[in-house]
Design a protein around this ligand. Sequence first.
Ligand code: CO8
Ligand code: FAD
Length: 664
Amino acid sequence: MSIESNLLKKERQNVTFSVEELTNVWDGGKEDTEIRRKVVKVFGDDPVLKSPPICTMTREERYTEATRKCVYIFRNMLQKNGIYPGSKEFEHFWNAMPIEYTLLIHMGAFIPCIMSFGSEEQVAKWLPLSANLNIICTYAQTELGHGSFLRGLETEATFDRETQEFVINCPKVSSMKWWPGDMGLNANHALVMANLIVGGKKYGMHPFMVQIRDLSTHMPLPGVTVGDIGSKMGFEAIDNGFLYMKNVRIPRENLLNKNSEVKPDGTYVKKASDRLMYGSMVNLRVNLPKSQAIDVLAKACTIAIRYSAVRRQGLLNPGGAEVAVLDYTLQQHKLIPQLATVYATKFAGEGIIKKHQAFLQNMAKGNISDLAEIHALSASFKASVSEQCTEGVEVCRRACGGHGYSQASGLPHLLSKVTPTCTYEGENTVLYLQTARYLVKCAKEKAADLPESILFLVQPIQNARGNITSLDNLALYFKNRAALCVQAASKKVNQMSNKGLAMHEAWDKSSVQLVHATKAYVIQYIFDAFASFVKEVKCSKSVKEILEDLCCLYGLHYINNCSGDFLKLGILTAHHCNIAEEAEIALLEKLRPNAVGIVDAFDFTDSSMESCLGAYDGNVYERLFDMAKLSPLNKEPVHQASYKYLRPYLLEGRDILEGAKSKL
Ligand SMILES: CCCCCCCC(=O)SCCNC(=O)CCNC(=O)[C@H](O)C(C)(C)COP(=O)(O)OP(=O)(O)OC[C@H]1O[C@@H](n2cnc3c(N)ncnc32)[C@H](O)[C@@H]1OP(=O)(O)O
Ligand SMILES: Cc1cc2nc3c(=O)[nH]c(=O)nc-3n(C[C@H](O)[C@H](O)[C@H](O)COP(=O)(O)OP(=O)(O)OC[C@H]3O[C@@H](n4cnc5c(N)ncnc54)[C@H](O)[C@@H]3O)c2cc1C
């Protein structure tokens, strides 16, 4: 056993709680852990899913491998192993997926869309075809020229009454669909969001099923120009695409018509609120943060904390032995708060998923009264979590020094996976502004008209009592800050508009405060949800203590990072801030011996991380060396490029050196 492996073994001996029990809490119960492990094992044991490490493959190889594996998974594996939508196993299968996958938009965005936009007959037609991969469909909303401002989308679907068809056109280069995943190479259909035009009248954005490739040859159909948009910062395996359509004709029945319909005579019938057109985005904003951001930060923490426990660098005591970098308070201050973020956002996110499920059940009965609340909550939650996780992964990467820059650490891959969560499914600033719009409206309402999650906005400010670092008091500081920030931002908008500025101008000039206030609102939501979870969870005293400490750390770290705000608003005094700073350092010291245990409890397999720094055995140096040997550049002892371009000068050098030698 290497020295590094021994060091991790010792760390594990010092852990003061049951790692297995914390894993159960993380998974949602013992039974869930068993199911997750069963699914992970099925995937891990299957030889068809083995590939070379991703950092040794080209983009084309990565796309090919990911597509090969996903077709096998969705067509064979899931059915063979009883992993059906709606089953507990299905909930865990994204967790077991290979490190790179395609068909995510087809399975994760298109299929839910067909269920929410399609009539019963349309669902009966398209769902089995897509579930069996007989068709591959992308979600084509964003265009080259517009992504955020959906009323600006330019693609048109014009009704031709004679032929009972819609004619799809992208009038300009800027109107072509750009970015959708699975679209460039794999998709043969696209769910196209286009402006409906009937009899010269525009009815706004509607969803249309458009076939874009021939089902036998896979060649683009007439009028369709489609392809991959090229290399990106990450997502190398995914064929994000462009789609340019000129006079592409589709049958009238291909307008997904659960919410609105065009009759054969051209009559437009609206069956439900326009807002439901945005429902697919709410669905993804609720469900994506866990797999695409929170789990990514959890993996980055696992890598950085295990590595920091084996990496020896420098001395704490002059004359003493070299210490693990995790023993430095500053390293703890970088990494342990990231662990707190993982826990806080995961448990707060579960609350939002439950709220969304309740909303969907009500919607099925025709009640959409909670739509505004769930939209505001999911928009700001997605924005805040993606920001916190992106910043956290970069902190973890840099905390690994030089090796964190190497693809072999797995950290650059994680960073490039989490960064676009700030952009896709709604650019974060745009989403914060959506929530701000709701908060400003709520700030003017009477308490009786508000949902419980927002009541604090209009209630009198309460003073904290007793221990200033108790979870109850921390929750109160966050609530008071959110209420004061939202009230101040609303007041600013009103004052400017009272002074004569048009409402849109007053809004724009107040937008910095509005986004700030929205961030304050969502952080109070996350903290409150995590603190409530910690209070209610049934577990041993030792595991509860870990959770309480992480929750307290999440609150203190945030407060200490923006104490100016709490001071400015009169929520905390300078004396409180000093106590909060000391309390954070004390918590870091307390959590340090359990840090490896806490990341072990995430229970990631080595193959799910592909990291030389983060493997369970801690054998970092040998793994780095083995991975370097696999680099395609090391295939031959002499690389053609060095030989071809450098050799003439090397020969000159040789002659000079040999001449020099002979002169000596
Ligand atoms: C692993 C990789 C996975 C990658 C998956 C990525 C998939 C994608 O990225 S798909 C593309 C996603 N695109 C987006 O999310 C676009 C983001 N843009 C928006 O959401 C815009 O803010 C948008 C469209 C709402 C603005 O539209 P606009 O018509 O100007 O709205 P606006 O006037 O601000 O609001 C109109 C009303 O609708 C409401 N509303 C807006 N969005 C929603 C929503 N999603 N749900 C419910 N209500 C909504 C507003 O609250 C407002 O209500 P009210 O009038 O009562 O205040
Ligand atoms: C990896 C990836 C995958 C994607 N997958 C899909 C997909 O499958 N399907 C799909 O349809 N799309 C997809 N997209 C597109 C994505 O949804 C859009 O890029 C996103 O919605 C942002 O829109 P935009 O690019 O137009 O940004 P822009 O809106 O142009 O943003 C540029 C800047 O303008 C600012 N800005 C914009 N509006 C305002 C405002 N009102 N007030 C203040 N500031 C503002 C933004 O904050 C930002 O700083 C994907 C994108 C990526 C990166």
